[in-house]
Ligand binder design. Structure first.
Ligand code: NI
Length: 225
């Protein structure tokens, strides 16, 4: 499932984050943290100390309090968000994210089910920098408003096209879901979102809505690990 969630951060929150990211020279070569194969195609820069500066926790706190994010990912573990920058033709060629990554706080490895990119610059402020994700329905090109997030399966081949003008800043991270099977997770998300819409209607058949909510939780109980 490829899902875009708008307005995860407000414009003010984006501005504060970008100001902090640009205020110090804490950027290193992105390829340092890539696997051997991905490192050959990774040409960007990464912020070195997202965890120490609290920027990671800020993003983490925002997504953990976003009901749509929780519904779509059913997170067990979230890797502390990192930050990257692309400018002057920088790009990240076609690659697949590692299945296992080391969680620096828990000091253990986690399985990466879902990849997330949180856009921090408005799309009109830079040229290129599309996140292109291969899906069963063809490649999807994603370039969102600042503060909006895209989720996609970590198993997908994807790339970031060259940024030929301006600068593209983003936060990115991975999620291990409590529901590993992607199709089951997508169905649970659909069901949950439908229930939320039904519950928001002015006249709702209470008992049926309650039963449907019960079905959701019983399916979740069946699949969660
Ligand atoms: Ni990637």
């Amino acid at each position: 499932m490829l899902l875009c969630i708008p307005n995860v951060l407000t414009a003010n929150e984006v501005a504060k984050l970008v100001e902090q990211l640009q205020s110090a020279d804490c950027w290193e070569e992105g390829r340092r943290t890539a696997g051997a194969v991905a490192a050959q195609v990774k040409h960007n820069r990464q912020w070195m100390d997202g965890v120490q500066t609290g920027l990671s926790d800020f993003v983490l706190n925002k997504v953990q309090n976003n009901p749509e994010f929780i519904s779509a990912t059913l997170p067990k573990t979230i890797l502390p968000p990192k930050f990257n920058a692309y400018t002057g033709g920088e790009h990240y060629g076609l690659h697949v994210d590692s299945a296992l990554m080391h969680h620096p706080v828990l000091n253990e490895s986690m399985r990466c089910d879902i990849s997330a990119t949180l856009f921090l610059c408005n799309p009109e402020s830079y040229e290129g920098g599309e996140l292109q994700i291969e899906t069963p329905f063809g490649a999807q090109s994603i370039k969102l408003e600042a503060g909006s997030l895209v989720l996609y399966p970590s198993s997908s081949l994807h790339q970031v096209t060259p940024v030929t003008q301006g600068q593209r800043l983003a936060s990115f991270f991975w999620i291990q879901s409590r529901v590993q099977d992607e199709s089951v997770r997508a169905s649970l998300y659909d069901l949950d979102q439908t229930i939320q819409v039904l519950r928001s209607l002015p006249t709702v058949p209470q008992e049926e809505c309650l039963r449907l909510t019960g079905v959701y939780h019983n399916l979740l109980r069946r699949w969660v690990a």
